[in-house]
Design a protein around this ligand. Structure first.
Ligand code: NAD
Length: 305
């Protein structure tokens, strides 16, 4: 066991499987007391069971660590509150929350139903809010703490997961808002965009060029939860971790601007001026999509081998 998180109390949502489980095990191995939250659902959010969270608590205890299970649904306010209350009631404080819980309901936008939109946004985006809301109230009083949200490279857009992509974009803005609003209380907030082999990534229809294991993601999360990251001023950041690679995403910023002369803009004047001045910023994912479509077309040609 290491001591990167010695004496800390860390709550992890979605900690029963995949990346969340690896984060919970790594945090415990580094000396943290861990709240293991998992609603124990299928990839689409159905059929909850409390056994999944309890199994990870047993794993942590078997390795000599301390942990407690919470099998609540974090998309409900009461569930997020229970995760944080359990940390405080069991261990006296909460130093970090890691919101990993997530589900998928894939559908093209033009066919997507309310039943496919609402639970996905509720699990990812609201499920990060419920835990951040409860934890930040405690951390503000403690004058310390770390909030970690889980986003995805798909926050840039997704062909068949507009619900998931919108929620993951929202999580980045929520994390940045938390970083800004809690800075003066000594609380940090960051987002992680992982690429790791789990049951969820097994559902992705395309081959992922760079992918690693949940343990690679856990190492970054443990660092972000540590005193070292706080002392190094890490807040308001979005990190990708994919196996051996860690990358930081740019902060959104205006690229170019143009100002109207005289009496202001008209649609006609904008049509004349905009293309040669501010122009556009091409979507990288649109180019990737075009390349993938071309490769698929080439492969399906009769003489393709
Ligand atoms: N695996 C990847 O490559 C990848 C890529 C991008 C983003 N992510 C994100 O990383 C996170 C973890 O993904 P994973 O691949 O480990 O998935 P996973 O399906 O293996 O694990 C997700 C866990 O969340 C739990 N969960 C779902 N809804 C819940 C709820 N309402 N309350 C509490 N727990 C709930 C599930 O029971 C499950 O154990 C997700 O937020 C996912 O969107 C993963």
């Amino acid at each position: 066991m290491g001591n990167f998180l010695a004496g800390k109390v860390i709550a992890v949502t979605g900690a029963g499987r995949g990346i969340g489980r690896a984060v919970a095990l790594a945090a415990a191995a580094e000396g943290a007391k861990v709240v293991v939250n998992d609603y124990g659902v299928a990839v689409d959010g159905a059929s909850p069971t409390s056994e999944v969270a309890e199994a990870v608590v047993k794993e942590i205890e078997a390795a000599g660590g301390e942990a407690v299970a919470v099998a609540d649904d974090i998309s409900a306010m009461a569930g997020g509150q229970r995760v944080v209350d359990t940390a405080v009631e069991t261990y006296g404080r909460v130093d970090g929350v890691v919101c990993v819980a997530g589900i998928l309901r894939e559908r093209m936008l033009f066919n997507m139903t309310e039943e496919e939109w609402d639970p996905v946004v509720a699990t990812h985006l609201k499920g990060t809010f419920t835990v951040f809301r409860a934890a930040s109230a405690v951390m503000r009083r403690q004058r310390s703490g770390t909030l970690i949200g889980f986003t995805s490279g798909n926050h840039q857009g997704s062909v068949a997961q507009a619900n998931y992509s919108a929620a993951k974009g929202g999580i980045i803005s929520l994390v940045r808002s938390a970083a800004l609003g809690l800075h003066k209380y000594g609380v940090t907030a960051n987002a992680v965009a992982p690429v790791a082999r789990t049951r969820m990534s097994a559902n992705v229809p395309v081959r992922l060029a760079e992918i690693g294991e949940p343990e690679d993601v856990a190492a970054l999360v443990v660092y972000l939860l540590s005193e070292r990251a706080a002392a190094q001023g890490v807040t308001g950041q979005v990190y990708t971790v994919a196996g051996a690679k860690i990358a930081v995403w740019a902060q959104p910023r205006e690229l170019r601007s143009v100002y109207a002369e005289g009496s202001g803009w008209t649609p006609e004047r904008i049509a004349e001026v905009l293309p040669g001045s501010v122009g556009t910023d091409p979507m990288p994912m649109l180019s990737e999509l075009a390349a993938m479509e071309e490769a698929a077309r080439a492969a399906s040609r009769p003489n393709a081998r």
